[in-house]
Design a protein around this ligand. Structure first.
Ligand SMILES: Nc1ncnc2c1ncn2[C@@H]1O[C@H](COP(=O)(O)OP(=O)(O)OP(=O)(O)O)[C@@H](O)[C@H]1O
Length: 360
């Protein structure tokens, strides 16, 4: 397995890119550590496939380098990069048995039959498919086919990285969580460098130790699931991650006083920089509470989602969500909202501009 470095990587599909918007991938610099579990998360069109294709060698970047353990592989073709890929749709041979499918990547590289058997049996046991080894792949259910496809990606011990490209797309919703947790468990057992590409936050947050969030061709934040939840570096991350996402409210800033409409808001801590630009408050619904005093609001919708209730309110002409435990007010009720100070952040032109701590 290898450490993967992307250095000053940019890609445009245009022959003569001029402005930043001509690039499908804006400049990306990042290190993926050997043995890490990473997710590449972002909406459709943000550049995930472009980046994946650059790493696997299907696409040569317009600028920058890709290094595996410090060795420049930017110009190497896919077959010389030693990468395993698992795609959206299972890639298996229907006429072969499960055993032969799992053995294929090893036999293809001339491994002896004793090694083949040892690896196939180990992977089959991890995937809990040992009882299917003699079954022809054509007779498997779609989720078992995808399991075998994953097994083919994991069976070789000598790959630099295993990449999963939206691997649960064809899986029934009720089986998704099973395969998701299986994959996490597999990573813990094999400790291979793994990159999991998805637009689904649940898949990314369950699988990865570090999540790389992309929007419009750029990386907006790299962090643990907790970091992404607690301190979104950009309003996009706040909004994209969480259910519902972060409340993002326009505000004004004058002489250090932050106003949301007519209401004065206290931030988590000091503001960094000049704060010139579009200013917004960001607070997660989990940190908005119903209280006796605070921001006046009117309840417009109440959704019971099982563990808690999401109370949607209108205040100062904007929608604010609050996550409430226990009894929720009726639609139409006038309430007050308490915004937890330590979780109230300021964003300037989309980027986080407050630090934790007492304001000076
Ligand atoms: N072969 C291509 N030629 C021109 N533009 C392309 C090509 N492939 C992708 N793009 C553009 O590059 C941008 C990034 O696309 P990309 O497919 O990498 O995003 P993505 O996040 O993988 O989206 P999806 O999940 O829909 O595949 C998009 O604006 C897309 O239209």
């Amino acid at each position: 397995m290898a450490k993967i470095t992307l250095s000053k990587l940019r890609h445009s599909y245009l022959p003569n890119p001029k402005s930043s918007s001509d690039y499908a991938l804006k400049e990306i610099d990042l290190d993926w550590q050997d043995g890490g579990a990473y997710a590449l998360l972002g909406p459709s069109g943000c550049g995930k496939s472009t980046l994946l294709n650059i790493i696997s060698g299907l696409l040569t970047p317009s600028e920058g380098q890709i290094l595996f353990d410090g060795k420049d592989v930017t110009k190497l073709p896919p077959d010389q990069r030693n990468i395993a890929q698992v795609f959206q749709f299972p890639v298996i041979y229907d006429t072969m048995t499960v055993y032969d499918n799992l053995a294929f990547p090893l036999r293809n590289r001339g491994r002896d039959e004793a090694t083949v058997e040892r690896r196939v049996m180990a992977i089959a046991e991890m995937l809990e498919v040992t009882d299917m080894l003699n079954v022809r792949a054509a007779n498997l259910s779609p989720d078992n086919k995808q399991k075998i496809s994953m097994g083919r990606g994991l069976v070789r011990e000598d790959v630099n990285v295993v990449m999963f490209d939206e691997p649960l797309t064809v899986i029934d919703p009720h089986l998704k969580w099973k395969l998701r947790s299986k994959l996490k468990e597999l990573h813990q057992r094999v400790r291979a460098t793994m990159i999991y590409v998805t637009h689904d936050q649940t898949e990314a947050l369950t699988f990865a130790d570090q999540v790389v969030v992309m929007e419009l061709g750029q990386v907006v934040q790299i962090g643990t699931p907790v970091e992404l939840f607690e301190r979104p570096a950009h309003t996009f991350v706040g909004h994209f991650i969480g259910s519902p996402g972060m409340n993002i409210l326009p505000c004004t800033l004058q002489a250090g006083v932050v106003q949301f409409g007519t209401h004065t808001v206290t931030l988590e801590g000091p503001i960094q920089g000049a704060a010139d630009g579009k200013t917004e408050i960001g607070i997660r619904p989990e940190f908005v509470a119903l209280a006796d005093t605070g921001l006046p609001a009117t309840v417009t919708k109440v959704s019971d989602v099982g563990r808690h209730v999401i109370v949607e309110c209108q205040s100062q002409g904007h929608k604010i969500n609050a996550v409430v435990e226990g009894t929720a007010p009726e639609v139409g009720a006038d309430v007050h909202l308490d915004l937890k100070r330590e979780q109230t952040r300021l964003y300037v032109d989309g980027w986080l501009a407050t630090e934790p701590g007492e304001r000076t």
